[in-house]
Design a protein around this ligand. Structure first.
Ligand SMILES: [Zn+2]
Ligand SMILES: [Zn+2]
Length: 368
C-alpha cells in the first residue's frame, strides 16, 4: 500500500496495482455547539486484514448523537472538534481485508458500532460491551462516527442482512438491540406487567421485544402527546402524559398490586421517582435513559421497604443476532420508528428536528 506524496497533484491513494480510492469522500463533522459542516476527508483505508470497507446507506439519528450536538459531551466524554458522530448505520460491503470471512463485497449489512478488544478481562468474561479498551463509533476519543460516505470496520462489526430486510430496519436494529438486551436482563416477560417511562426510540425498542416475549400489560408514559398516541397504537394498555395527568395514580388504580419491572428510558429524575412508586415489592428498575445531570436521587425508605432491585443498562451485549432475527421473521415491526427522512446534505436539519422534538419525530433517518 502506497500513498502519493502530493495529494494536490495526484489525489489518489493506491491500494493495489489497479485500484485506487478517491481522497474526497464527504463527511459531516460537528464543529461546535449545534454546528456541523460537510467536509471532504480522505477515504478510510483497509489497514488490518480483518477490516471491511463499507459504503454507508442509512443512518438513524440517536439521542446520544444529539447530546454531543447540543452540549458537546455526555458525562466525561467530551467532543474535540471537528468530530463525526453517528453509530446507528447500515451499508454495503465494498472491499474486504484478506482475512475476512464473515462478509464479501456486495453484502448488505447492519453495522455493530462497538469494537471491543476481545482480550481484556471484560471481553474474556463475556462482557465486550464494557471492554476496557472499547472503541465505539462516534464516541469522542474512541472512533469517528459513520456520518460519512464510507467507513472501515472490523468484520466482527458486520452483520449480513437478508434481501427482504430494508437498510432502515438494519439501522434500527442498533437501538432495538439495546431494548432487547434490557428486556432479557430484566425478568422473564411471560405474563409480566411492565412500565416504560419515556417513549422515544429506546422506549419503543423495549416495548416491541417485551410484547413479543409475552408481557401481559405494558404501561407507558411520555411528555409528547404524539408519542403517547404511538404507544397506544403499538400495544400499550395505558399511555399517559405526566405533564397532564398523575400517571402514578392512574396506573396504580388499574394495577393495585403494581408492576413487576419498570424501564426508565428518558433520563429524568421524576421518572425514577415514579418508577419506585410504581414497582411492586421485589420489583426491578432498569435504568437505560441518559440524564443530562450527574447524580440520581433515590427515596431510600420506599426502595428499602420494597427491596427494589436496580440495574443499569449499558448499550447491549451480544443481542444483535437475536434482534435481526426478530426483525427478519416479522416478530417485531420497527417501521413506525422511522418517522422522518432526510438526505445526507440535510443532516443538520435532521439533528435540529430531533433536538427540538419537532413534528412528533421518533427517529430521523438519513439516506446517503
Ligand atoms: Zn444510539
Ligand atoms: Zn476488551
Amino acid at each position: 500500500m502506497r500513498q502519493c506524496d502530493n495529494d494536490f497533484l495526484f489525489p489518489f491513494t493506491f491500494t493495489d496495482a489497479n485500484q485506487y480510492i478517491r481522497e474526497n469522500m464527504k463527511s459531516i463533522m460537528l464543529t461546535g455547539i449545534r454546528a456541523m459542516k460537510m467536509t471532504n476527508v480522505p477515504d478510510p483505508m483497509i489497514v488490518n486484514d480483518t477490516d471491511v470497507l463499507i459504503k454507508m446507506k442509512v443512518l438513524g439519528v440517536c439521542g446520544s448523537d444529539v447530546h454531543y450536538y447540543t452540549s458537546g459531551k455526555i458525562g466525561s466524554q467530551v467532543v474535540k472538534y471537528p468530530f463525526t458522530v453517528g453509530h446507528e448505520g447500515s451499508g454495503e460491503v465494498v472491499k474486504t481485508g484478506s482475512a475476512v470471512t464473515k462478509v464479501k463485497p456486495g453484502d448488505r449489512i447492519a453495522i455493530e458500532p462497538a469494537m471491543p478488544c476481545w482480550e481484556c478481562d471484560q471481553c474474556l468474561a463475556g462482557r465486550p460491551h464494557t471492554c476496557r479498551k472499547l472503541k465505539f463509533l462516534g464516541c469522542p476519543g474512541q472512533a469517528e462516527g459513520c456520518l460519512s460516505e464510507y467507513i472501515v470496520m472490523p468484520e466482527t462489526s458486520c452483520f449480513p442482512i437478508p434481501d427482504h430486510m430494508s437498510y432502515d430496519e438494519a439501522a434500527i436494529s442498533e437501538p432495538l438491540a439495546i431494548g432487547l438486551y434490557a428486556v432479557n436482563e430484566s425478568i422473564p416477560m411471560k405474563d409480566a406487567k411492565i412500565g416504560i417511562l419515556g417513549f422515544g426510540p429506546i422506549g419503543m425498542s423495549v416495548l416491541l421485544p417485551a410484547i413479543a416475549k409475552g408481557a401481559s400489560k405494558v404501561y407507558i408514559s411520555d411528555k409528547i402527546n404524539e408519542r403517547v398516541k404511538l404507544a397506544k397504537k403499538n400495544g400499550a394498555v395505558y399511555a399517559g402524559n405526566p405533564d397532564e395527568t398523575d400517571i402514578v395514580k392512574e396506573i396504580s388504580e388499574k394495577e393495585p398490586e403494581l408492576l413487576d419491572v419498570v424501564f426508565e428510558c428518558c433520563g429524568q429524575q421524576e421518572a425514577i421517582d415514579q418508577a419506585i412508586d410504581l414497582l411492586k415489592p421485589g420489583g426491578k428498575l432498569m435504568i437505560i435513559g441518559i440524564p443530562e445531570f450527574d447524580r440520581w436521587s433515590f427515596p431510600v425508605d420506599k426502595m428499602r421497604r420494597k427491596e427494589v432491585c436496580i440495574q443499569n443498562v449499558r448499550r447491549q451485549n451480544e443481542t444483535l443476532d437475536e434482534t435481526l432475527e426478530l426483525i427478519s421473521d416479522k416478530t417485531v415491526n420497527v417501521a413506525p420508528m422511522a418517522t422522518h427522512r432526510f438526505s445526507f446534505d440535510d443532516t443538520k436539519e435532521a439533528f435540529d428536528m430531533v433536538t427540538e422534538y419537532r413534528d412528533g419525530v421518533m427517529k430521523a433517518m438519513i439516506d446517503f
